[in-house]
Design a protein around this ligand. Structure first.
Ligand SMILES: Cc1ncc(COP(=O)(O)O)c(C=O)c1O
Length: 478
C-alpha cells in the first residue's frame, strides 16, 4: 500500500469495504447471508455490475462465498472474531506519575529507528500524509509572504488558520469563532497549557485508563497526580466511576481523548459527551478534551466533540494536525473557553509565537479545498489498514487474545494471555527487528502488563510478516 492517491474509492470498493467492516466488527457472522445483488443495487443506487464487482472483490479477499441460486454468504470457515477487552479496572486512588525512565527507554529510542518495523509509535503513515503537497503549498506561501514569513506570529496565531479551524469545527457540532482559538505548537502543548491554566502542583486530574503516555508524561512534568478512571473500549470513560471518584477526591480537572482514544480507540457517544459535560459542570470541574484523532472516523459522520455541549466555557478543546497532516509541522490549537486569556498568556510566555510558515501553509492547504478530499481518502486508507491488521492478529496470536474494534484512528489495543509480560515481549520483538509499545506505558499504576498497542498506519507485507513473527514470540512466552 503506497500513496494515498492509490487508495481509490470506486463505488464497488466502498461497498466491499462497508461489508468487510460489518464482517470485521461481527455485525455479519460466518454463515450469514449478505444482501442480494438486486437489493444492494437498489439501496446504493448503483448498477448490478457494480455490486457484483464488490462481491467478487469480497470473494477474492476470502470473506464471502457464492452459493448457487441462493446468493452470497459470509464464509463459515472464517476464524471467529476475538473478544474485546473488558472495561478497565484501575487503581481507585490518585497516584504520583513516574514514567520518565520507561518512556525514555522505550519510546525515544525506537520511534524513529529505521532498522525496526514500526508497529509501536502512534505516528501517521508519512506516505499517506499529504506532505509533498503541503510542502509545495509552503513554498508558494513563503514566496508570497516574503520577509513576513520569517517574523514572529504572536499568540493567538495566524488568523487565516483560526478561521479555517473555526469552519471545520462545524462538523464536530461546534460554532466557534477565530477569537476562541489559540494556535499552539501541537496538541501536547495545548494539553499542557490547559493543565497549567486550571491546576496547581500536587492537584489531582481524572483521566481515562488506559491513556497514552504523552498525557501521563505531561502530568508528571507538572507534578500532577493521576486518578485513573475505568474506561470501556467502545464508549470511553465510565460516568458512574467518574461520579464516584469526584465524590471521594478533590478533582481539579478531567482529561479525556473523546474520539478514538489512544490506545483504546474508544469513542464517547454524543449523548454521553453531553452527560460528561453536565456531570463535571456540577462541581465546576474543567474538562480538557483531546480530539487529535477526531477527523479520522470510519463511519459516515464525524463524531461531535464534548465542547459542542459546553454552556459554561468549562471545556478546553485541544487538537492538532499531527495525526491528519504532518506532525513535523508542529501546529496544534486549543479552544480554552473561559480560560482563554490565561492560555493565551501561557502560550506567549512559553514560546512567544506559533511556527509562522507552517501555520500559513496549512491555512492555505485548507482553504484551497484540498483538505476534505484528502481526509476522505485517508480515513478509508486507515480503515482498511486497521481491518487488515486485526485479521492478521486474529490469525497469528493465541486464541485467548482480546482485541479492540476501533471505529476510527489507526491504533489497536491488544490484551495478551496473562503469562505474557509486554516488556519481555517488547525486548524479544526488538531483537527480531520489530517495534511495539508495551502496555506499561499506558497507566501510572502498571495496570496493563500483558497488553500492547499496535499501530496499523504503516500496514504492508513486511508489517504482516512482523505480526506473524510476534505471534510466534507470544506463543513462546505464554
Ligand atoms: C492522544 C495524543 N495526544 C497528543 C499527541 C501529540 O500530539 P502533537 O504532536 O500534536 O503534540 C499524540 C501523539 O501521539 C497523541 O496520540
Amino acid at each position: 500500500m503506497g500513496d494515498v492517491s492509490s487508495e481509490t474509492t470506486y463505488k464497488y470498493e466502498r461497498i466491499a469495504d462497508d461489508i468487510d467492516h460489518l464482517i470485521e466488527c461481527g455485525a455479519l457472522q460466518p454463515g450469514d447471508r449478505i444482501p442480494s445483488v438486486r437489493r444492494m443495487s437498489r439501496a446504493r443506487e448503483v448498477s448490478i455490475s457494480t455490486v457484483l464487482q464488490a462481491y467478487y472483490l469480497l470473494e477474492a479477499r476470502g470473506l464471502i462465498r457464492a452459493r448457487p441460486r441462493s446468493g452470497f454468504y459470509v464464509r463459515s470457515d472464517l476464524p471467529s472474531n476475538l473478544p474485546e477487552p473488558e472495561i478497565s479496572t484501575p487503581d481507585p486512588d490518585p497516584t504520583q506519575v513516574s514514567m520518565r525512565e520507561l518512556v525514555s527507554m522505550v519510546v525515544l529510542k525506537d520511534a524513529t529507528n529505521p532498522a525496526l518495523i514500526q508497529l509501536g509509535a502512534a505516528h501517521p503513515n508519512p506516505a499517506l500524509a499529504a506532505t509533498e503537497k503541503l510542502n509545495r503549498t509552503l513554498t508558494v506561501v513563503a514566496r508570497r509572504m516574503g520577509d513576513e514569513s520569517g517574523l514572529y506570529d504572536y499568540a493567538p496565531g495566524c488568523e487565516a488558520l483560526r478561521m479555517q479551524i473555526a469552519r471545520q469545527s462545524l462538523t464536530a457540532g461546534c460554532s466557534l469563532s477565530p477569537e476562541d482559538i489559540v494556535i499552539t505548537s501541537g496538541c501536547s502543548e495545548s494539553v499542557s497549557f490547559c493543565l497549567r491554566a486550571v491546576c496547581d502542583r500536587g492537584d489531582t486530574v481524572a483521566i481515562e485508563s488506559p491513556i497514552c503516555f504523552d498525557t501521563l508524561q505531561t502530568l508528571e512534568a507538572l507534578g500532577l497526580r493521576a486518578l485513573e478512571i475505568p474506561t470501556h473500549p467502545r464508549d470511553g470513560i465510565s460516568l458512574e466511576a467518574l461520579r464516584f471518584a469526584m465524590q471521594h477526591n478533590p478533582v481539579s480537572a478531567c482529561l479525556v481523548i473523546s474520539n478514538f482514544n489512544n490506545p483504546l480507540g474508544s469513542c464517547i457517544p454524543d449523548p454521553k459527551k453531553r452527560a460528561l459535560v453536565s456531570l463535571l459542570a456540577t462541581q465546576e470541574i474543567p474538562l480538557i478534551e483531546n480530539d487529535i484523532f477526531g477527523e479520522l472516523y470510519f463511519g459516515d459522520a464525524r463524531p461531535s466533540v464534548a465542547k459542542a455541549y459546553d454552556r459554561q466555557g468549562l471545556v478546553m478543546l485541544c487538537s492538532s494536525f499531527s495525526k491528519t497532516l504532518a506532525p513535523g509541522y508542529r501546529v496544534g490549537w486549543v479552544v480554552p473557553g473561559q480560560f482563554l486569556s490565561t492560555v493565551r498568556w501561557l502560550k506567549y510566555t512559553s514560546s512567544l509565537a506559533a511556527p509562522t510558515l507552517s501555520e500559513h501553509a496549512i491555512a492555505e492547504f485548507m482553504s484551497s479545498g484540498s483538505y476534505a478530499p484528502y481526509l476522505r481518502r485517508t480515513r478509508r486508507a486507515y480503515e482498511r489498514r486497521v481491518t487488515s491488521m486485526s485479521r492478521a492478529v486474529r490469525r497469528a496470536f493465541p486464541e485467548e487474545t482480546k482485541l479492540t474494534r476501533p471505529s476510527g484512528g489507526f491504533l489497536l489495543w491488544v490484551e495478551l494471555p496473562e503469562a505474557v509480560d509486554s516488556l519481555v515481549l517488547y525486548e524479544r520483538a526488538q531483537a527480531a527487528g520489530i517495534a511495539i509499545t508495551p502496555g506499561y506505558l499506558f497507566s501510572a499504576t502498571d495496570q496493563y502488563p500483558n497488553f500492547i498497542r499496535l499501530n496499523a498506519a504503516n500496514w504492508s507485507d513486511e508489517a504482516e510478516a512482523a505480526i506473524d513473527r510476534l505471534g510466534q514470540i507470544i506463543r513462546q512466552l505464554g
